[in-house]
Design a protein around this ligand. Structure first.
Ligand code: 5GP
Length: 204
């Protein structure tokens, strides 16, 4: 077990806020961060690979995982299950590795409940019009799904008040840069650094 426990970083934001792009930028700057690959019952989109973007499983398998208590959190989102493996996250954090979760708001609330020290970051698009443009440009979902996702986006953005940080994704490099700064600041929090003061102030 490592001396420093890894940071648990949760990134949420409506579909189309650009989370995947920001995450790719972030991971290229911080290669030591482990990105948690979630389990889902939704169908893979074009270009998505099993074990890379998600672990794609059947509803039956997902419900088995819930019953066996194998998930740190899970939620049902637009008709599909999404969840995070408890064991993978626990092992990485124990090894001192920082872990990044890309999860929706109900899941994030459960993580905060179980791990109050987790850092919750909410990513928003610059406007609802821009979000709609991005979802249409992506061209992966039928119009009805896009409309459901836009409605869902409004609901989700209301939950952003429960997050520690809010980042606007107008430009990917700027958004990723702000998240890197947040992580840097989190590492400097006094409770995580008290051991550094010992040689100066003594232990008595
Ligand atoms: P999408 O279908 O667009 O890939 O993802 C839909 C939503 O599910 C996104 O907001 C994404 O953050 C969320 N999501 C992905 N993995 C998980 C997970 O493991 N748990 C939860 N609660 N949400 C997830």
């Amino acid at each position: 077990m490592s001396e420093r426990r890894g940071e648990l970083i949760v990134l949420s934001g409506p579909s189309g806020a650009g989370k995947s792009t920001v995450i790719a930028e972030l991971l290229s700057a911080r290669r030591d961060i482990h990105f948690s690959v979630s389990f889902t019952t939704r169908q893979p989109r074009t270009g998505e690979a099993d074990g890379v973007n998600y672990n794609f499983v059947s509803r039956e398998e997902f419900e088995r995982m819930i019953a066996a208590d194998e998930l740190l959190e899970y939620a049902e989102y637009v008709g599909n299950y999404y969840g995070t493996s408890l064991k993978v996250i626990r092992d990485k954090l124990d090894q001192g590795v920082d872990v990044l979760l890309d999860i929706e708001v109900q899941g994030a609330a459960k993580v905060k409940e179980r791990c109050p020290e987790a850092v919750l970051i909410f990513l928003i698009p610059p406007s609802i019009e821009e979000l709609s443009r991005r979802l249409h440009r992506r061209n992966t979902d039928p119009e009805e799904t896009i409309q459901r996702r836009l409605e869902k986006a409004r609901e989700e953005c209301r939950e952003s008040v429960h997050y520690d940080y809010l980042v606007v994704n107008d430009a990917v490099v700027t958004a990723a840069g702000e998240i890197l700064s947040i992580l840097e600041a989190e590492r400097c929090r006094t409770p995580k650094r008290l051991h550094l003061t010992q040689s100066i102030v003594g232990t008595a």
